[in-house]
Structures are given as C-alpha cells and as structure tokens.
Write a protein that binds this ligand. Structure first.
Ligand SMILES: [Zn+2]
Length: 258
C-alpha cells in the first residue's frame, strides 16, 4: 500500500484566516493537498483539491469575495485528474473518494470519477446544501451537486471509526468543528506506520504546538475536541499530516510513503 501526497496549487491568504487573531494582515500562502492511497482493493482518494474551473476562471467559479480572502493559484496541470494521469491512473480507476468535508478546495473534483463511491458525513452534505450564512461562500454547489453520484453517507459518532475495507488499513475518523461533518483519515502503512491526515481539523503544526484556534471554525468547542484528538494521536507516535501547512516537510508525488 502506498500513500501519495499531491498539491493542487496554493491559496494566497492572510495568517489570521488560519490562526485566529494571530499575525493579522500577514501574507500567508498555503498548499492545497489531496491524497491517493493504493490499496489492494482499489484506489482511494482523500479529498480532490480544487475544481478544474478554478484554473480557468477562479472569480467566475468561486466568486470575488472568496478569491479576495483565499486566492487560488492553480494551473490546469495541477487538477487532480491531470496529476493522476502522470502516474498512469485514469479517473475511471478510482473506486473510493473520501471527502474530509465539502469546502471548495477539498471537493472541487467531486463527480470526476465515474466509478467511485463518494464518502462524506451525512451532516456535511446536508450543511453544504442548507448552510447557515456562515461559511456560505466556502461551499460551491456546482462542485458537489451532480447527477447520479453514488454517495455513502456516514452517520457521525455512530459509525466512528469507519474501517473502509475492514482490514484496519484505512479508517475514517469523525472530527467535527471546522464544519459540522468534518472527518479525517488514518492510514496504516507497512514501513511508515500510522499516518493521520487531518485535513482542516488542524491547518498547521503551529496550531498543535501552541494550542491555537484555527481562523475558520463552525464550532469552536468541537474544534478544540478534534484538535485534542489529533494531539493525543501525535503523542502516541502517529505521524500527523496537517491540512494547509506551508512549512510541512512532506514528500509529494511521484515520491510516496509505504
Ligand atoms: Zn475547509
């Protein structure tokens, strides 16, 4: 089993949108990651990065207000399907797509994989359609509202952890807070050991080290609980790959973890 990390460009933003109240106004450019796991039972994607449309006309697809806060720098080559093609993997071969949540920089390529089941929390899908005014701009309905999608809707703590293949190798972990239905992925690799992909539950290593609140949270209380969960895993020796850390020392594809 291999774990590949990809970068779907970056977001040019400001520090306070990642660490609440810290370094206000300071320029901060972060990677937009997504992940591929090659499991004997099929290819698994964790998140997909931005939609292809973002590389063509970001203001049209994301809207002026969002782009003024999180400006996506992305080429067409960085679109998930094009990056997978470089590894000789076709979109049709992807069987499982797990979304940490449905924000625009994570679920942009929803629907691009015709033979995939899409795993998301039931609460997240509901919130993506019927959201509060808060975070409204972060959900792009054109990305996830597509016909004939095969969804697998997870039911929060009732199905936590969710063992994808029943072999303990890939587990979905419920971590609400950033959004109502946020979830992470635990991958158990033969040589690298356990790797925890936090997505937006923990943006950066700094948040873990200094006990900071992320700049964008739906529920601060749930966010803190989820960060604690990640800290506990780190203390147990699990490798933590945070969601948007410009300083993370990560090997990107074609290199991989196994
Ligand atoms: Zn997010």
């Amino acid at each position: 089993m291999k774990l590949y990390v990809f970068k779907c460009g970056t977001l040019k933003s400001q520090k306070q949108f990642f660490t609440a109240g810290i370094d206000i106004g300071k320029a901060f450019e972060v990677p937009v990651p997504f992940f591929l796991i090659t499991h004997p039972k099929g290819y698994v994607l964790f998140d997909t990065g931005n939609a292809l449309e973002v590389a063509k006309d970001k203001i049209k697809h994301w809207g002026e207000k969002v782009v003024s806060i999180y400006d996506p720098i992305m080429s067409e080559e960085e679109y998930v399907v094009n990056q997978l093609a470089k590894l000789n993997i076709k979109a049709e071969e992807i069987k499982h797509v797990i979304f940490s949540h449905l924000h625009l920089d994570h679920a942009g390529a929803c629907g691009a994989f015709p033979n995939a089941t899409y795993y998301v929390q039931k609460e997240e899908l509901k919130h993506a359609y019927v959201h509060d005014f808060y975070q409204k701009g972060a959900y792009i309905r054109a990305d996830f509202d597509k016909p004939d999608l095969k969804w697998y809707l997870l039911d929060g703590y009732e199905e936590d952890p969710f063992d994808l293949f029943g072999d303990g190798k890939i587990k979905i972990i419920f971590t609400p807070g950033h959004t109502p239905g946020h979830q992470c992925l635990m991958v158990d690799l033969e040589h690298s050991g356990k790797v925890f992909l936090t997505a937006d539950s923990v943006y950066t290593e700094e948040i873990l080290e200094k006990d900071l609140l992320p700049g964008l949270v739906y529920s601060p209380a749930d966010t803190v609980k989820s960060i604690k969960k990640v800290k506990n895993l780190k203390n147990q020796g699990v490798k933590i790959f945070t969601g948007h850390d410009p300083d993370a020392k990560i090997k990107y594809a074609p290199e991989y973890y196994d």
